[in-house]
Design a protein around this ligand. Sequence first.
Ligand code: SF4
Ligand code: SF4
Length: 304
Amino acid sequence: MTTNVTGRIFDIQRFSLHDGPGIRTTVFMKGCPLHCIWCHNPESISPHPAVSFVPEKCIGCGYCFRVCPNGGHRMDPEKGHVRDRERCEACGLCTRECYSGALELVGRDATVEEVLGEVLRDTPFYETSGGGMTLSGGEPLQQTEFTEALLSAAKKAGLHCCVDTSGHAQWDSFERVIPFVDLFLYDYKQTDPDLHRKYTGASNELILANLRKLHQRGATVRLRCPIIPGLNDHEEHFAGIAALARELPGLEGVQIMPYNRLGESKLERLGLDATGRPHPPTPDEDTVNSWVTRLKRHGVSVLN
Ligand code: SF4
Ligand code: SF4
């Protein structure tokens, strides 16, 4: 397996504690086939790079106005610094000139060798904590060649490997990575197929079919269930999660992923349309505990 295969990533997060066992490095990949209306990583959905702008950090130095070949930035006497996103080709020139950190390029191409080199820096922490590398996104299986090559190289280096997946991918992509994955973190968002389509843009049929095939193949799978107040915290969905857990007794368990509001500010920074996005409050500890209790009453092994 070659290590010069290139993939498109948008972040490498060291010391992750919530993406599998132990201390991990999570590689976030660009591109997702779903567009969940509550997505907390909306920068991952498009496969293309984009520029994020935080006006509060802008010191008005004007470097970005001067370097942009397309007139993507201008100073408005009333509004201050205005970005013209229609003109932006995400070349990244302005982000390199912005020393205050107001501008950031989200999305870059990197080879397996480069990414693995960064991941391996924390090997001592993986060894003492039982951690390793997690591929997340976005949907890692949307870049199958890169994902397979990176996982294969990581396994060769002795790393524990997790893949955080929406499950919405061709089965062939799963087939290719199964030999290198110690644990799949598998999203299950909505039991009712029509509501699933309404909230994510696609039915859950393919996701369920892949989950059943993974189970048949003996893969280790942890079901991760994002729970969004007012959208999928209803009894039918909890009963659906429980029914799935009974049907697939080999599951490692179910993990509740409570809604967080991070995605709202990210959308603003990227200038993306937030129409239709719900704004539920961040669930407090009591609410999360009540969800855990409800699932446990159904006999589900909850990992929270
Ligand atoms: S380069 Fe950065 S700090 Fe300077 S004007 Fe542009 S956004 Fe603001
Ligand atoms: S990323 Fe390139 S095209 Fe876009 S605003 Fe910056 S300099 Fe202009």
